[in-house]
Design a protein around this ligand. Structure first.
Ligand SMILES: [Zn+2]
Length: 284
């Protein structure tokens, strides 16, 4: 079984996680830009983070046989902070880089005017740079949040079929599907979607354009949730081809819209270095 986790924050995870993910079948990930859990205090903080998502983290992933790409953006949690917003001026030069396969994650958190501005600006950046966009939908007030998100997409220059709407659930999937977007579901240990609900959604709406992710980060989360959904799909009567569509071919098709997806992993297990540094921290 081959698995592509289309939304995971590996910077927050250990090498044990990479090892376990590889054992479970994960061969590719996309890491969208996230907030730190505490506020960033200047645009320079993003620059080091973006550089790590383009350099150190793909190197670290490759040591475990996993292809790593990223999506870059000003995160919704930071869109209202005047110390962070100037990073919008830095994004264009980063969005031209090879490892960037989308703008994201963008979208609404509290649905403020500042978030309206950041979302519209970044949907335009995606259109300008011929990238798809990973759009987070709010965890609270989900249907109203989805509708406001769809309004922003429809007002933008980015076609709906280049948008992945994430953190969907039973209340939002139908309108997202009717709008022609890609459908993302984050499966968490004890909140939001779980594997059983995910399989029910797949049974009702089908596997087309559906992507399942762990959204694992520094909070309570599990990078093996993708495999759990795959196993439960098989037990529930889905075919291996259905599993491959949801867990591999759909993410490849969506991020492939960037024209930048490279799924061969050079250097796995070779003890290679990145700018002179290895995951052995100076050991050999
Ligand atoms: Zn996330």
């Amino acid at each position: 079984m081959r698995i592509f986790d289309p939304h995971i924050h590996m910077t927050s995870r250990t090498t044990d996680d990479y090892q376990a993910m590889h054992t479970a079948g994960v061969r590719a990930v996309v890491e969208p830009s996230f907030w730190l859990g505490q506020p960033r205090t200047s645009p320079a903080s993003f620059i080091d983070y973006f550089d790590a998502l383009l350099g150190w983290e793909p190197f670290r992933a490759a040591q475990y046989g996993i292809a790593h790409h990223c999506a870059l953006a000003l995160n919704p949690k930071e869109a209202g902070d005047p110390r962070c917003v100037p990073v919008l001026d830095e994004l264009p030069r980063y969005l031209d880089k090879d490892g960037v396969v989308a703008v994201g994650e963008i979208g609404y958190d509290s649905m403020t005017p500042a978030e309206d501005h950041a979302l519209a600006a970044q949907l335009q950046l995606a259109a300008d740079h011929e990238l798809p966009a990973l759009v987070h939908t709010p965890h609270r007030d989900k249907l109203a949040g989805l509708r406001r998100t769809l309004d922003a997409v429809h007002e933008s220059a980015l076609p709906a079929d280049r948008v992945l709407l994430d953190h969907l659930n039973e209340t939002t999937v139908k309108e997202a599907k009717d709008a022609g977007c890609w459908l993302g579901f984050s499966v968490y240990p004890d909140t939001k979607m779980d594997a059983a609900r995910m399989v029910d959604v797949l049974t009702e709406y089908g596997p087309e354009k559906v992507l399942v992710n762990s959204a694992a980060d520094w909070g309570r989360s599990d990078p093996l949730k993708t495999r759990e959904v795959a196993d439960l799909m098989l037990v529930s009567g889905f075919t291996e081809d259905d599993v491959d569509l949801v867990l591999w071919r759909n993410p490849v098709a969506f991020y492939g819209l960037s024209g930048r997806l490279v799924l061969d992993v050079p250097g796995a297990g070779t003890g290679a270095t990145h700018e002179g540094n290895s995951i052995l921290r100076g050991g050999s």
